[in-house]
Design a protein around this ligand. Structure first.
Ligand SMILES: Cc1ncc(COP(=O)(O)O)c(C=O)c1O
Length: 468
């Protein structure tokens, strides 16, 4: 065994024995090298080994931190959704969820909003205010249909991180990601068509499927590697699928990221079966590992991937600024954008473009990643400590959402009802499917600082769930 390997083994032992706890910082390279009488390079190799085993995380300019353990025993199994296309319903449930989030007195632990109180976001408010003050009468007009040129330029730069080389003219600015998804779906489908997707999946895109009179075919999905390619291939053989809709990087609701090899294979399958892919990348930049993983679009050579995203999770949903890079469908999506909202407001896209140009977006994202990773570990610890025995959970690799699978006897809708009295709300699992599935699952959000009040709420959820 090499020197760095035996040092890594020793550190693994210390982590297992609880000498280092989740969230603790490992000694600096210099200190560890001094204590163990080995070179700094040896310590660095040992730390890299621990990183590869997901035991520690390197945080830029800060050091190495102990991560929550990923235990196969606590991961949910690959899902087994309905094996045929079904109609989507659930609008009443979605509406209820949205209403519960609007009530200030409720601690909305199922809500998918980022932490907008971070200091790194403040310069964006200042930029917006300054631009508003400096705005002249000439700016009180319609923006171009495709949207703010400066922002499209900055988005094309950001997308290089996910392996995409796009021109600003390949991008359309939209009113959030929801508009990008809906315009894409409208271009690609006719009523009655079948859309395949991961399962569980984001309820907002399912509502688009419902509103356009489409049918949904949910494909088995693994909480670590995403949509099952074998199951998808079988479905493609069996059904005339028009579109595949996926959120492959830092997925909502599970937080998984598909391995790059699977993303590449997915594009090959789309080419083979001649289908389009709508790729929702709204959480992609919030991956805890840097560089972030590649997008599906980065493997697309035929223009059949419509990439949709927004700044709603990385900055704030209040700006309602998103985008679509629709490949070969750009003219049709532009038409749908015109039919939908004609154009965007001018101020926010310009302020966001300036924020990115000044390097403030990267700084803010770094801060988010660090906070969300820390919060994830705390939340996972609390779920493990307070939720009923047999509870399983996903292992998010980015974003701020955790998928929790209670033992089958627990009904998440009933649990949510009981939690109302405690002024807590969660997102019941049934929202994330078109079929009668995931009744014992919930989605929890951890964007906000892991305070004692949140720990108390998680404990309360656990206590009530145990009594269900
Ligand atoms: C996966 C996913 N896609 C799209 C959206 C909608 O994004 P926006 O608020 O930018 O319209 C959300 C919002 O929750 C989401 O979670």
């Amino acid at each position: 065994m090499k020197l760095y390997e035996s040092l890594a083994e020793e550190l693994c032992r210390r982590i297992e024995q609880g000498y280092y706890q989740v969230g603790d910082k490992l000694p600096s390279l210099r200190k560890m090298s001094h204590e163990n009488q080995v070179s700094i390079a040896t310590v660095q190799e040992a730390y890299h080994l621990l990183e590869d085993r997901y035991l520690v995380e390197s945080r830029p300019k800060s050091g190495y931190y102990i991560l929550a353990k990923k235990s196969d025993a606590s991961l949910p199994a690959t899902t087994r959704p309905e094996q045929k296309p079904v109609d989507v319903a659930r609008w009443e449930l979605v509406l209820n969820l949205l209403h519960s989030h609007e009530r200030d007195e409720i601690l909305a632990l199922g809500k998918g909003t980022p932490d907008v109180s971070l200091p790194t976001l403040k310069p964006l408010l200042k930029l917006t205010a300054d631009m508003s003050r400096r705005a002249d009468i000439g700016q009180l007009t319609y923006d171009s249909l495709q949207g703010c040129q400066e922002l499209r330029h900055q988005i094309a730069r950001l997308m290089v991180d996910s392996g995409c080389r796009l021109h600003p003219d390949d991008i359309i600015v939209t009113t959030g990601c929801q508009e990008a998804l809906t315009c894409s779906m409208r271009v690609l489908t006719q009523p009655g068509d079948i859309v395949a997707s991961e399962s569980p999946t984001y309820y907002g895109s399912m509502q688009t499927v419902q509103a356009l009179g489409l049918k949904m075919l949910e494909i088995p999905t693994n909480p670590e590697t995403g949509i099952s390619l074998d199951a998808l291939e079988l479905a493609l053989e069996q059904w005339p699928i028009k579109v595949l809709q996926v959120t492959p990087s830092c997925n909502n609701p599970t937080g998984h990221t598909m391995p790059d090899a699977n993303k590449k294979r997915l594009v090959e399958m789309a080419n083979e079966y001649d289908i389009a892919i709508i790729e929702d990348d709204i959480y992609g930049d919030l991956a805890y590992r840097y560089p972030r993983s590649r997008s599906i679009k980065s493997y697309d050579t035929q223009g059949r991937v419509l990439f949709c995203s927004s700044f709603s999770k990385t900055l704030s949903p209040a700006f309602r600024t998103g985008w679509c890079a629709p490949g070969r469908y750009i003219q049709q999506v532009k038409h749908m954008k015109y039919v939908s909202t004609a154009c965007n407001s001018i101020l926010h896209p310009r302020a966001i473009a300036e924020f990115i140009a000044q390097g403030l977006y990267e700084r803010h994202i770094r801060k988010c990643r660090t906070q969300y990773l820390r919060n994830r570990d705390r939340l996972m610890e609390w779920v493990q400590a307070y939720f009923p025995k047999g509870t399983k959970m996903s292992y998010p690799e980015g974003g701020f959402l955790l998928w929790v699978e209670f033992p089958k006897t627990i009904d998440a809708l009933g649990l949510n009802e009981k939690l109302k009295q405690e002024k807590i709300s969660i997102a019941p699992g049934i929202l994330f499917t078109a079929a009668e599935k995931y009744q014992h699952c919930v989605r929890l959000s951890y964007s906000h600082e892991a305070t004692p009040a949140i720990e108390k709420a998680i404990k309360k959820i656990g206590t009530i769930a145990k009594a269900c």
